[in-house]
Design a protein around this ligand. Structure first.
Ligand SMILES: *[C@@H]1O[C@H](CO)[C@@H](O)[C@H](O)[C@H]1NC(C)=O
Ligand SMILES: *[C@@H]1O[C@H](CO)[C@@H](O)[C@H](O)[C@H]1NC(C)=O
Ligand SMILES: *[C@@H]1O[C@H](CO)[C@@H](O)[C@H](O)[C@H]1NC(C)=O
Ligand SMILES: *[C@@H]1O[C@H](CO)[C@@H](O)[C@H](O)[C@H]1NC(C)=O
Ligand SMILES: *[C@@H]1O[C@H](CO)[C@@H](O)[C@H](O)[C@H]1NC(C)=O
Ligand SMILES: *[C@@H]1O[C@H](CO)[C@@H](O)[C@H](O)[C@H]1NC(C)=O
Length: 165
Protein backbone atom coordinates (compact mmCIF):
# COMPACT_ATOMS: atom_id res chain seq x y z
CA UNK A 1 0.00 0.00 0.00
CA UNK A 2 2.76 2.38 1.04
CA UNK A 3 4.80 1.36 -2.03
CA UNK A 4 1.88 2.15 -4.33
CA UNK A 5 1.47 5.59 -2.75
CA UNK A 6 5.20 6.25 -3.07
CA UNK A 7 5.21 5.26 -6.75
CA UNK A 8 2.22 7.49 -7.33
CA UNK A 9 4.07 10.35 -5.69
CA UNK A 10 7.19 9.72 -7.81
CA UNK A 11 4.97 9.70 -10.88
CA UNK A 12 3.68 13.14 -9.93
CA UNK A 13 7.19 14.40 -9.26
CA UNK A 14 8.24 13.29 -12.75
CA UNK A 15 5.59 15.46 -14.42
CA UNK A 16 7.48 18.79 -14.38
CA UNK A 17 10.43 17.23 -16.25
CA UNK A 18 8.31 15.79 -19.06
CA UNK A 19 6.06 18.85 -19.34
CA UNK A 20 9.00 20.68 -20.92
CA UNK A 21 8.01 18.62 -23.98
CA UNK A 22 11.33 18.93 -25.76
CA UNK A 23 11.49 17.10 -29.09
CA UNK A 24 15.00 15.81 -28.43
CA UNK A 25 16.78 13.98 -25.64
CA UNK A 26 19.02 15.93 -23.29
CA UNK A 27 22.54 14.38 -23.23
CA UNK A 28 23.76 13.06 -19.88
CA UNK A 29 26.53 15.71 -19.76
CA UNK A 30 23.86 18.44 -19.77
CA UNK A 31 21.32 16.80 -17.43
CA UNK A 32 22.56 18.70 -14.38
CA UNK A 33 22.86 21.99 -16.25
CA UNK A 34 20.50 24.62 -14.94
CA UNK A 35 19.49 26.30 -18.16
CA UNK A 36 16.52 26.79 -20.43
CA UNK A 37 16.77 24.52 -23.45
CA UNK A 38 15.57 25.82 -26.82
CA UNK A 39 12.14 24.27 -27.47
CA UNK A 40 10.57 26.27 -30.26
CA UNK A 41 10.79 29.56 -32.09
CA UNK A 42 9.04 31.86 -34.47
CA UNK A 43 10.25 33.23 -37.78
CA UNK A 44 8.54 36.42 -38.91
CA UNK A 45 8.76 38.50 -42.09
CA UNK A 46 10.77 35.91 -44.03
CA UNK A 47 11.74 37.71 -47.24
CA UNK A 48 14.04 36.83 -50.15
CA UNK A 49 15.04 39.37 -52.75
CA UNK A 50 16.74 38.23 -55.96
CA UNK A 51 18.01 40.96 -58.23
CA UNK A 52 17.67 40.50 -61.97
CA UNK A 53 21.25 41.60 -62.73
CA UNK A 54 23.22 42.50 -59.60
CA UNK A 55 23.84 39.52 -57.31
CA UNK A 56 25.27 41.84 -54.61
CA UNK A 57 21.71 43.11 -54.07
CA UNK A 58 20.35 39.63 -53.31
CA UNK A 59 19.22 39.23 -49.72
CA UNK A 60 17.40 36.94 -47.29
CA UNK A 61 16.00 38.34 -44.06
CA UNK A 62 13.67 37.48 -41.21
CA UNK A 63 13.09 37.98 -37.48
CA UNK A 64 13.78 35.15 -35.05
CA UNK A 65 12.18 34.87 -31.62
CA UNK A 66 12.64 32.18 -28.98
CA UNK A 67 10.26 33.21 -26.18
CA UNK A 68 11.67 30.74 -23.63
CA UNK A 69 15.36 31.61 -23.94
CA UNK A 70 14.51 35.25 -24.63
CA UNK A 71 16.51 35.51 -27.85
CA UNK A 72 14.87 37.96 -30.20
CA UNK A 73 17.05 38.83 -33.16
CA UNK A 74 17.15 39.91 -36.74
CA UNK A 75 18.70 37.54 -39.29
CA UNK A 76 19.90 38.43 -42.75
CA UNK A 77 22.16 37.35 -45.53
CA UNK A 78 23.39 39.96 -47.97
CA UNK A 79 26.60 40.85 -49.80
CA UNK A 80 28.35 41.84 -46.54
CA UNK A 81 27.41 38.68 -44.60
CA UNK A 82 30.20 36.32 -43.56
CA UNK A 83 29.54 32.64 -44.16
CA UNK A 84 30.13 30.39 -41.11
CA UNK A 85 31.53 27.01 -42.12
CA UNK A 86 30.16 25.76 -45.42
CA UNK A 87 26.53 26.91 -45.39
CA UNK A 88 25.58 28.80 -42.24
CA UNK A 89 24.77 32.49 -41.90
CA UNK A 90 24.85 34.43 -38.64
CA UNK A 91 21.94 36.26 -37.07
CA UNK A 92 22.67 39.53 -35.28
CA UNK A 93 22.64 37.56 -32.01
CA UNK A 94 25.68 35.29 -32.29
CA UNK A 95 23.83 32.43 -30.54
CA UNK A 96 21.64 31.98 -33.62
CA UNK A 97 22.61 30.86 -37.13
CA UNK A 98 20.59 29.76 -40.14
CA UNK A 99 20.83 27.72 -43.31
CA UNK A 100 18.50 28.39 -46.22
CA UNK A 101 18.57 26.13 -49.23
CA UNK A 102 16.17 25.09 -51.96
CA UNK A 103 17.87 21.76 -52.72
CA UNK A 104 19.00 18.92 -50.44
CA UNK A 105 17.42 19.54 -47.01
CA UNK A 106 15.24 22.25 -48.53
CA UNK A 107 13.95 24.96 -46.26
CA UNK A 108 15.09 27.21 -43.45
CA UNK A 109 17.08 25.56 -40.66
CA UNK A 110 17.47 27.54 -37.44
CA UNK A 111 20.33 26.70 -35.10
CA UNK A 112 20.43 28.05 -31.54
CA UNK A 113 23.27 27.56 -29.06
CA UNK A 114 21.93 25.54 -26.13
CA UNK A 115 23.12 26.58 -22.65
CA UNK A 116 25.68 29.09 -24.01
CA UNK A 117 29.13 28.67 -22.49
CA UNK A 118 28.63 25.05 -21.49
CA UNK A 119 31.53 22.73 -22.38
CA UNK A 120 31.07 20.80 -24.56
CA UNK A 121 28.85 23.28 -26.39
CA UNK A 122 25.60 21.91 -27.80
CA UNK A 123 23.25 23.46 -30.32
CA UNK A 124 19.57 22.87 -31.10
CA UNK A 125 18.24 22.93 -34.63
CA UNK A 126 14.94 22.76 -36.43
CA UNK A 127 13.66 23.09 -39.98
CA UNK A 128 10.70 25.00 -41.35
CA UNK A 129 9.60 25.27 -44.99
CA UNK A 130 8.22 28.74 -45.64
CA UNK A 131 5.58 28.80 -48.39
CA UNK A 132 6.50 31.81 -50.50
CA UNK A 133 4.50 34.30 -52.52
CA UNK A 134 6.64 36.07 -55.13
CA UNK A 135 6.17 39.31 -56.97
CA UNK A 136 8.31 40.64 -59.83
CA UNK A 137 9.40 44.17 -60.40
CA UNK A 138 11.62 45.57 -63.14
CA UNK A 139 14.68 45.20 -60.87
CA UNK A 140 14.05 41.74 -59.40
CA UNK A 141 11.84 39.28 -57.57
CA UNK A 142 10.68 39.58 -53.95
CA UNK A 143 9.39 36.44 -52.27
CA UNK A 144 7.66 36.71 -48.89
CA UNK A 145 6.46 33.87 -46.66
CA UNK A 146 2.67 33.65 -46.87
CA UNK A 147 2.57 32.95 -43.13
CA UNK A 148 4.06 35.17 -40.41
CA UNK A 149 4.94 34.28 -37.76
CA UNK A 150 5.83 30.67 -38.59
CA UNK A 151 6.29 28.45 -35.49
CA UNK A 152 9.15 25.96 -35.61
CA UNK A 153 10.20 23.23 -33.19
CA UNK A 154 13.78 22.43 -32.29
CA UNK A 155 13.93 18.68 -32.84
CA UNK A 156 17.66 18.03 -32.69
CA UNK A 157 20.40 18.71 -30.13
CA UNK A 158 23.94 18.04 -31.31
CA UNK A 159 27.45 19.08 -30.30
CA UNK A 160 28.26 22.42 -31.93
CA UNK A 161 31.01 22.36 -34.55
CA UNK A 162 34.31 23.92 -33.38
CA UNK A 163 34.11 27.75 -33.60
CA UNK A 164 37.26 28.16 -35.71
CA UNK A 165 36.25 26.78 -39.09
C1 LIG B 1 6.76 25.93 -27.22
O1 LIG B 1 7.33 25.06 -26.28
C2 LIG B 1 6.84 25.26 -24.96
C3 LIG B 1 7.61 24.35 -24.04
O2 LIG B 1 7.58 23.04 -24.52
C4 LIG B 1 5.33 24.97 -24.93
O3 LIG B 1 4.85 25.23 -23.64
C5 LIG B 1 4.62 25.87 -25.95
O4 LIG B 1 3.26 25.53 -26.02
C6 LIG B 1 5.26 25.72 -27.33
N1 LIG B 1 4.66 26.71 -28.21
C7 LIG B 1 4.20 26.39 -29.41
C8 LIG B 1 3.62 27.51 -30.19
O5 LIG B 1 4.27 25.26 -29.88
C1 LIG C 1 7.10 42.68 -40.51
O1 LIG C 1 6.02 42.65 -41.45
C2 LIG C 1 4.90 43.40 -41.05
C3 LIG C 1 3.80 43.17 -42.06
O2 LIG C 1 4.28 43.30 -43.35
C4 LIG C 1 5.30 44.88 -40.95
O3 LIG C 1 4.20 45.62 -40.50
C5 LIG C 1 6.44 45.00 -39.95
O4 LIG C 1 6.88 46.34 -39.93
C6 LIG C 1 7.60 44.10 -40.32
N1 LIG C 1 8.60 44.18 -39.26
C7 LIG C 1 9.88 44.39 -39.50
C8 LIG C 1 10.77 44.49 -38.30
O5 LIG C 1 10.34 44.48 -40.63
C1 LIG D 1 21.69 36.40 -56.97
O1 LIG D 1 21.46 37.30 -58.02
C2 LIG D 1 21.84 36.83 -59.31
C3 LIG D 1 21.66 37.96 -60.31
O2 LIG D 1 20.48 38.63 -60.08
C4 LIG D 1 21.03 35.59 -59.64
O3 LIG D 1 21.34 35.11 -60.92
C5 LIG D 1 21.33 34.52 -58.59
O4 LIG D 1 20.55 33.37 -58.81
C6 LIG D 1 21.09 35.03 -57.20
N1 LIG D 1 21.61 34.08 -56.24
C7 LIG D 1 20.96 33.68 -55.15
C8 LIG D 1 21.66 32.74 -54.25
O5 LIG D 1 19.84 34.08 -54.90
C1 LIG E 1 10.36 39.61 -30.65
O1 LIG E 1 10.30 39.50 -32.05
C2 LIG E 1 9.00 39.58 -32.61
C3 LIG E 1 9.11 39.36 -34.08
O2 LIG E 1 9.90 38.25 -34.34
C4 LIG E 1 8.39 40.91 -32.27
O3 LIG E 1 7.10 41.00 -32.84
C5 LIG E 1 8.33 41.06 -30.77
O4 LIG E 1 7.85 42.34 -30.43
C6 LIG E 1 9.66 40.84 -30.11
N1 LIG E 1 9.48 40.74 -28.67
C7 LIG E 1 10.30 41.30 -27.79
C8 LIG E 1 9.98 41.07 -26.35
O5 LIG E 1 11.27 41.95 -28.11
C1 LIG F 1 23.42 42.50 -44.03
O1 LIG F 1 23.57 41.33 -43.25
C2 LIG F 1 24.15 41.58 -41.97
C3 LIG F 1 24.28 40.25 -41.26
O2 LIG F 1 25.02 39.35 -42.05
C4 LIG F 1 23.25 42.53 -41.17
O3 LIG F 1 23.86 42.79 -39.92
C5 LIG F 1 23.05 43.80 -41.93
O4 LIG F 1 22.12 44.61 -41.25
C6 LIG F 1 22.50 43.49 -43.32
N1 LIG F 1 22.39 44.70 -44.11
C7 LIG F 1 21.24 45.10 -44.62
C8 LIG F 1 21.29 46.36 -45.43
O5 LIG F 1 20.21 44.49 -44.46
C1 LIG G 1 9.01 36.51 -62.29
O1 LIG G 1 10.33 36.49 -62.75
C2 LIG G 1 10.90 35.20 -62.78
C3 LIG G 1 12.37 35.34 -63.14
O2 LIG G 1 12.56 36.27 -64.16
C4 LIG G 1 10.12 34.34 -63.76
O3 LIG G 1 10.65 33.03 -63.78
C5 LIG G 1 8.67 34.26 -63.31
O4 LIG G 1 7.90 33.55 -64.24
C6 LIG G 1 8.08 35.65 -63.14
N1 LIG G 1 6.79 35.56 -62.52
C7 LIG G 1 5.76 36.31 -62.87
C8 LIG G 1 4.49 36.12 -62.10
O5 LIG G 1 5.82 37.14 -63.76
Amino acid sequence: MYAVTLLGLLGLLAVPATSKALKYAIPVSLKATDCTFPANYTVSNFTIYTDRTDSSKNSTSFLFDDPRTGINTSCSRNSTSKLIGSNRWPCDDSNVEFIYQTTGIAGLTLIETACPGNVPQFEASGLIRPDLACTNSTSGTTCVAKQSPIVGDFDSLEPAPPPSR
